[in-house]
Write a protein that binds this ligand. Structure first.
Ligand code: GDP
Length: 476
């Protein structure tokens, strides 16, 4: 909550000019009628021997979801993300699915790109997120959004497992989302399905026919071969996951994408995760609140309501939210406003003081406080050889109290994707003879991700060891 300088002065019984002076010294010039935020107020107040207390507002009190009774839960369609190396056919597969499963009568309808789409088949319904790749997936996760139930990993049969294939596997694993494989481009003369399976097996995805538990389907997205079978497998997997939600309550979901539309104002695609969203509903979305004016489905048709796993375009937002933001329907407009305003305030506060992410220096402290029991590490190195050596040594570091997990390792510069994964998984990034590219560096600062650079393997191991027992000196 913000407080004006005048009000703060009155409450502490000091002159406003004294406060303005202090603020100036802190590099926060303000005038008497200006509202300053909680941190600034707390800082100034402490100079005068006062402590500032926050007005007790817990958004959980308002947003707390009611527990569903088992009998209220109904099966819901799976939500699927397609991942894979560039040019292996993610977009082609999404297109093929969209067109293979057009139900008669709908065929004339123009499909809109709203960030997700819905297909209906004899065997059931499936929702596909339309932004393929692990970057978008992990960016959502970094915002606390878990929307994907199942990943389809596309691997081109003529190219095999590549860098981004491995990244996709590790990002999915870090999120604990099951993976199914679509071996694509089997129409190509140089397709080698067996090689792909062998390479996947090396990364822990063992095909079912070899006694493993990863479903692999051979397809050609271009020739539209194997698509139906792939869909059947998705539905089979989904059945095993027993996905359920209660449709009979106010909706909750996540923003898949959002934009400012010239004619229609702010528009967001929301994936409903539980409950049913209706026209006229009052909502909180990220730092915004308002009332749903109208809803459109992925075929551009106006609809009056959308249930669990259904992606829907929402009009009538008071601003453009971020992908991954939550979307929660409330009964009371006043409460929605209160939550949104509280969030805006907290957002500003966070801008000022940030540092909840794990860093090597704070590791020991966080272990002691019981905040973490597992240290996640992402390792990038210049050559494969050193990767293996470091991987082995890191894996030996786990103790009874603290588990050290290498969640991703690869060669090449530290990328934005690495930073996103670190942010989403609260991991530390280690660069061995490689640096972060400019964009990754910028993102790391923004996301508060700790990146460490080394050129001696021994030093990596000794730093992590020291950090685990609280002996590491800051690295400047
Ligand atoms: P993405 O980068 O993973 O989204 O890959 P795209 O879907 O854009 O496909 C990359 C290229 O591979 C395009 O030229 C496609 O036409 C081609 N392609 C995709 N699927 C197949 C396939 O099943 N067979 C063949 N021969 N080419 C394919």
């Amino acid at each position: 909550e913000a407080i004006t300088v005048a009000n703060l002065a009155k409450q502490m019984g000091v002159k406003a000019t004294e406060i303005i002076k202090k603020l100036l010294l802190l590099g926060l010039p303000a005038n008497i009628n200006q509202a300053i935020d909680f941190d600034a107020a707390a800082l100034v107040a402490s100079e005068f021997g006062y402590e500032v207390e926050k007005a007790g507002f817990e958004e959980e009190d308002i947003l707390q979801a009611t527990e569903d009774k088992p009998e209220d839960l109904q099966p819901r369609p799976p939500v699927v993300t397609v991942m894979g190396h560039v040019d292996h056919g993610k977009t082609s597969l999404l297109d093929a699915i969209r067109h293979t499963n057009v139900i008669d009568g709908e065929a004339g309808g123009i499909t809109q790109h709203i960030g997700a789409y819905f297909v209906e088949m004899d065997g059931g319904r499936i929702t596909f997120l339309d932004t393929p790749g692990h970057e978008a997936f992990t960016a959502m996760r970094a915002r606390g959004a878990k929307v994907t139930d199942l990943v389809i990993l596309v691997v081109a049969a003529d190219d095999g497992v590549m860098q981004q294939t491995i990244e996709a596997i590790n990002h999915s694993k870090a999120a604990q989302v099951p993976i199914m494989v679509a071996i694509n481009k089997i129409d190509k003369p140089n397709a080698n399905v067996d090689r792909v399976k062998r390479e996947l097996a090396e990364h822990g995805l063992i095909p079912e026919e070899w006694g493993g538990d990863t479903t692999m389907v051979e397809i050609s997205a271009k020739k539209r071969m194997g698509i139906e079978e792939l869909m059947e497998m998705v539905l089979l997997q989904a059945e095993l996951l027993e996905l359920k939600a209660n449709p009979n309550k106010p909706a909750r979901g996540r923003v898949i994408e959002a934009k400012l539309d010239k004619g229609r104002g702010p528009v967001a695609t929301v994936l409903v995760q539980e409950g049913t969203l209706r026209e006229g509903d009052v909502y909180v979305c990220g730092t915004y609140f308002g009332r749903v004016r109208s809803l459109f489905d992925d075929k551009g048709r106006r609809i009056s309501e959308a249930g669990p796993s259904v992606p829907v375009e929402v009009l009538g937002l008071s601003g453009v939210p971020n992908a991954g933001d939550d979307f929660i329907v409330l009964a009371d407009e006043k409460q929605a406003k209160q939550v949104a305003e509280h969030r805006q305030m907290k957002h500003r506060e966070k801008e000022l003081s940030r540092s909840t992410k794990v860093t090597l220096e704070r590791l020991y402290e966080q272990i002691q406080e019981g905040q973490i029991k597992e240290v996640n590490v992402i390792l990038k190195s210049d050559v494969q050889g050193s990767l293996e050596a470091i991987r082995d040594s890191i894996q030996k570091l786990s103790t009874q109290e603290v588990k050290v997990s290498l969640i991703h390792a690869g060669t090449g510069a530290i990328s934005e994707g690495d930073v996103m994964l670190a942010s989403a998984s609260n991991a530390i990034i280690i660069g061995f003879n490689v640096r972060a590219d400019a964009k990754a560096q910028e993102l790391a600062e923004q996301e508060q991700v700790d990146i460490r650079y080394y050129d001696v393997i021994y030093q990596i191991i000794s730093d992590i060891k020291e950090a685990m027992v609280g002996l590491l000196e800051p690295d400047y």
